[in-house]
Design a binder for this molecule. Structure first.
Ligand code: PMP
Ligand code: GLN
Length: 391
């Protein structure tokens, strides 16, 4: 492995998934739904395959039906207008969209300010693009029960070498949904310092209670400098289909498209057709997904709290971040999330992921552990039952 990638051996998801299999544990590590998305969308994929739609290379930017559907989605949910021919790109999941955006927009040595903890592909994507990451740490606020962005810290992180801010809301792994005030502060900094923003909004529809997802591109002055990324993997529970998309103004979109051409060129032909249909599902589908996940969140969050964790009840995503320190030095391995996760199968037959892998500043992330709740109720009930063995 070259020097740029030397630090990225195997992902923590692979290590923890292997541990779950080896020990027969319930895997609440990887964010992988254990129930597939809607039957009618699977049927749409079968029809596309059978009727020969997408079995050969689809058009580079994505099939026209899906690009039109993505535009209709941005209009329907956020009142954002995009041109399907010049401002939309279909990608092999959000992962490729992120990599292509970073490769397209960064010169070697450019700095990327990213909110930490961050999804692990960000660091690798920045490294592959030859950029330098500059983390701004989201801090837990146990009183508010959420993580907060320190806007001054963000402002101080920006230098003359900063090219872009890399954002994620709703946020993996903390479950935080950035507020309008936080987003407005980010927008002000981006405009003042003339920065691009790449915003990963894959959990846009997994938002609970009174919380609301606000796309950064909808703020004044932001559409023209924002690359927005989302994925059907999350909204429709088809993570294996790898259908993602980018919306951006024409100049930025063209740059991302150039990079994407030489990564996969195209992907997921028949699935693109199926997701075009999925995006037309009625509001009740989205509400159902949200309501079901909120019940699951509450079940697992309550179980974790009863077991003694400090729980950051997520406003969005399907992840719960916990602080393990209240479990005491022995069980929490002195507040070391990695050691705790490695021992968790033996203690109670569960697998989770240590948040420290989402930090540059490993120490800041050490005592935090993430549990995924995109699982069947019976699985979560069993997990909560097993948590009782912990203490
Ligand atoms: N961004 C975030 C924040 C994610 O959690 C994930 C899924 N793990 C991705 C991007 C990748 O999405 P996809 O599977 O569509 O590539
Ligand atoms: N996005 C999912 C997660 O954060 C899956 C990650 C993966 O397997 N690469 O768990």
């Amino acid at each position: 492995l070259n020097r740029r990638l030397a630090e990225f051996g195997t992902t923590i998801f692979a290590e923890m998934a292997a541990l779950a299999i080896r020990t027969g544990s319930i895997n609440l590590g990887q964010g992988s739904p254990d129930v597939d998305g809607p039957e009618e969308v699977r049927e749409a994929a079968v029809r596309a395959l059978r009727d020969g739609r997408g079995n050969q290379y689809p058009p580079g930017p994505g099939v026209p039906e899906l690009r039109a559907a993505v535009c209709a989605h941005q209009q329907r949910w956020y009142g954002l207008e995009y041109d399907p021919d010049r401002e939309v790109l279909i990608t092999a999941g959000a992962t490729e969209a992120l990599a292509a955006s970073l490769i397209a927009l960064l010169e070697p040595g450019d700095e990327v300010v990213a909110l930490e903890p961050y999804y692990d592909s960000y660091a690798a994507g920045i490294a592959m693009a030859g950029g330098t990451r500059v983390p701004v740490t989201l801090r837990p606020d146990p009183e508010a029960g959420r993580y907060r962005l320190d806007v001054d810290e963000l402002r101080d992180a920006v230098t003359d070498n900063t090219r872009l801010i890399l954002l994620n809301t709703p946020h993996n792994p903390t479950g935080t949904v950035l507020t309008r005030e936080e987003l407005a502060a980010i927008a002000t900094i981006a405009i003042e310092r003339d920065l691009y923003v790449v915003t990963d909004e894959v959990y846009e529809h997994l938002v609970f209670d009174e919380h609301q997802h606000i796309p950064l591109a909808s703020l004044p002055g932001m559409r023209e400098r924002t690359v927005t990324i989302s994925s059907a993997g999350k909204t429709f529970s088809f993570t294996g289909w790898k259908v993602g998309w980018v919306t951006a103004p024409p100049d930025l979109l063209a740059a991302v498209r150039s990079a994407k051409q030489y990564l996969t060129f195209v992907a997921s032909g028949p699935f693109q057709h199926a997701i075009a249909e999925a995006l037309t599902l009625p509001d009740s589908y989205y509400a159902g997904l949200r309501d079901e996940l909120a019940v699951k969140r509450d079940l697992l969050a309550d179980g974790l709290a009863t077991a003694g964790f400090t729980v950051f009840r997520p406003a969005g995503t399907y992840f719960i971040t916990t602080d393990i320190r209240p479990l005491g030095p022995e069980i929490s391995a002195d507040g070391d999330g990695l050691a705790f996760c490695r021992g968790l199968p033996e203690r109670c037959g569960l697998v989770a992921v240590p948040n420290q892998f989402f930090y540059d500043n490993r120490e800041a992330g050490a005592p935090f552990v993430r549990f995924a709740f995109c699982k069947r109720m019976s699985v979560l009930e069993e997990a909560v039952d097993r948590l009782k063995q912990l203490t």
